[in-house]
Design a protein around this ligand. Structure first.
Ligand code: HEC
Ligand code: HEC
Ligand code: HEC
Ligand code: HEC
Ligand code: HEC
Length: 440
């Protein structure tokens, strides 16, 4: 028997929480966008095989897996990531450290307490997309449209809290799909039929797994999606398409899954960001006591805008350091800042592919040893910190359970901040002389 799964539900508001209206207004922008996308996808018949495959593979809402094929052991039928991990330990170990495995946390859960089931399902589309995950979430949240029968054995009880699980990317109706194997003689695109006799009847090899469009399903809004100042709020795939990286044949997977590893490092990771950037500082003595300082930041290792989303902010600070102490001489924020209600763009100073960000200052220096320091502070979740804090402030009567989740979400978002290694340059002694330093 197929587990009966809820995919819709009527709007339900909890405990009279007023902020619901606010968040709904904010988030429907996302949900609405995908409704349009679905209609569009129906009218628009993709031409090449990869696009055709992906349109079906990611057609939302994803269908329930249904009854496992006869002969599947309970391990083969299981959708739990640790079951996959029993035979694919490397992918499992990597995935556990990735943000894809943390895409359901307090930052999502507090919002589900005030959103309707439909609205929450529109979030789960990207954050925990399996039909079985939506069903478990419906049970946990007490949504009206929840399954009436217990979950079948292949649905582990915490699957909805595990985020973007292996099965969401690799399993449809209990059939495994994956990239063509590298090894000769292994099953490949020439032999795409599932093989019996192998665990989970082998897999169907699909080149789509190595195509950036595989990722675009969640990392790109459709053309009619939410825009601010004439630019889509999520536009990573389109940014990538016009980048030098795309021209060189580097797909999202080449940078974010090198060696097919399941790490998906991004703005939250110091090493990834450091490798993606080139930071240069030039200091010139323009008079006996004055300096011209210039910092130039480019992003040659990034395949889209740096950063791509409205969420992170990067602060560049230039400081003068000497025996008298440290003094800030310039500060510049790199990022796309939008209002907490996501109805206005406040600024967009991101570095486009091939572009740069220049911070300059002139400063008077005392005699003696002087240094200029370039600092770079990364706040990967700046928008959420600001938005969540404003929610708390504007809704003092929020129920205590939601409030404590929201506070936890703020703490977690703040804790993602870090600093790259400083670039420090000794000030040139003689007039006309310049000093120069580069990181990467
Ligand atoms: C009982 C062991 C076992 C379990 C459990 C298992 N797999 Fe596999 N899987 C294999 C083996 C063995 C292969 C190799 C087939 C080959 O290379 O021809 C494979 C192949 C694959 C491939 C294709 C790899 C490629 O080269 O493209 C994918 C994707 C995959 N499994 C995903 C999963 C996922 C997701 C789960 C959990 C939902 C899972 N597997 C559970 C044993 C297992
Ligand atoms: C966000 C989607 C996504 C998730 C989640 C995901 N994978 Fe993958 N997986 C991919 C893509 C894309 C590739 C192909 C990468 C490439 O070929 O460059 C891949 C490749 C693989 C392969 C083939 C590796 C090889 O060396 O041939 C296996 C096996 C696999 N995944 C298993 C898993 C398991 C197990 C999990 C969970 C622990 C998992 N995947 C989670 C997208 C995903
Ligand atoms: C089913 C939707 C979905 C698919 C498919 C998907 N992602 Fe994601 N991805 C997400 C979500 C949701 C997050 C945010 C997780 C969080 O922080 O809660 C994320 C986060 C990331 C991050 C982390 C960014 C950071 O802030 O550091 C990277 C990198 C990333 N994805 C790359 C990829 C690549 C590359 C692919 C294609 C192989 C891919 N994703 C496919 C939904 C998806
Ligand atoms: C089109 C795919 C998509 C949809 C739909 C979507 N998200 Fe996300 N979400 C993402 C991606 C991608 C990220 C990672 C952004 C980054 O790394 O900067 C993310 C990050 C987040 C984060 C910060 C990370 C975390 O886990 O705390 C929150 C909170 C969040 N989304 C909430 C929501 C809510 C609430 C909804 C529904 C109203 C929603 N999202 C709908 C793709 C999506
Ligand atoms: C040339 C390498 C490269 C390519 C290609 C690339 N990225 Fe990135 N990506 C990076 C680096 C480096 C970072 C970290 C700096 C940053 O955040 O921009 C990053 C960051 C991210 C982030 C973190 C969020 C943010 O606001 O920056 C996401 C999500 C992401 N990439 C998704 C994708 C997707 C989806 C694709 C394909 C359409 C892609 N990337 C292609 C190198 C690449």
């Amino acid at each position: 028997m197929v587990w009966h799964l809820p995919l819709t539900g009527r709007l339900m508001q909890r405990s009279g929480v007023r902020i619901a209206i606010l968040i709904i207004a904010l988030m429907l922008a996302v949900a609405g966008a995908w409704e349009v996308y679905r209609t569009l996808a129906k009218d628009h018949v993709p031409t090449d095989a990869t696009a055709q495959f992906l349109a079906q593979y990611w057609a939302h809402p994803l269908a329930p897996q249904g009854e496992p094929p006869p002969g599947f052991s309970s391990l083969e039928a299981s959708l739990a990531p640790e079951s996959c991990g029993a035979c694919h330990p490397e992918q499992y170990a990597d995935w556990r450290t990735s943000l894809h495995s943390h895409s359901i946390g307090p930052g999502m859960l507090w919002q589900f307490r005030v959103l309707s089931q439909d609205e929450s399902n529109s979030c789960l589309r990207c954050h925990a997309p399996l039909a079985e995950q939506k069903a478990l979430m419906a049970l946990q949240q007490g949504w009206t449209n929840a399954p009436k029968t217990p979950a079948p054995a292949y649905v582990s009880s915490d699957l909805h809290l595990r985020g973007l699980v292996c099965a969401a990317c690799h399993v449809r109706r209990h059939q495994r799909y994956g990239p063509p194997a590298d090894k000769p003689n292994a099953q490949d695109a020439q032999n795409p039929a599932p093989a019996t006799g192998q665990p989970h009847n082998g897999f169907i090899a699909e080149r789509a797994f190595q195509d950036s469009r595989f990722c675009a399903t969640c990392h790109q809004f459709p053309p009619q999606g939410r825009s601010l100042a004439g630019k889509l709020v999520e536009n990573t795939y389109e940014e990538w398409r016009t980048s030098l990286a795309a021209g060189q044949g580097l797909a999202c997977q080449n940078c974010h899954m090198p060696g097919k590893r399941h790490l998906w490092r991004g703005i939250h990771d110091r090493t990834m960001v450091d490798k993606g950037l080139r930071r240069e500082m030039i200091i010139k003595r323009i008079s006996a006591s004055r300096l011209a300082v210039q910092a130039i930041i480019t992003a040659p290792g990034v395949g889209h805008y740096f950063p791509t989303y409205v969420v992170p902010k990067v602060t560049v600070t230039l400081e003068l350091r000497n025996s008298a102490g440290t003094r800030e001489i310039a500060r510049h924020v790199i990022g796309r800042t939008v209002s907490v209600d996501m109805d206005r763009e406040l600024s967009d100073t991101r570095i486009p592919p091939g572009g740069n960000s220049v911070v300059s200052a002139e400063v008077t220096v005392p005699p003696g040893a002087n240094y200029i320091e370039m600092r770079m502070d990364i706040a990967p979740a700046e928008h959420y910190v600001r938005m969540f804090e404003s929610m708390l402030e504007r809704n003092p009567k929020m129920d205590p359970a939601t409030q404590s989740m929201l506070r936890e979400a703020i703490q977690k978002a703040e804790a993602t901040a870090y600093r790259l290694d400083d670039l420090v340059v000794a000030v040139p002694a003689r007039l006309g002389e310049s000093q120069h330093a580069v990181a990467n």
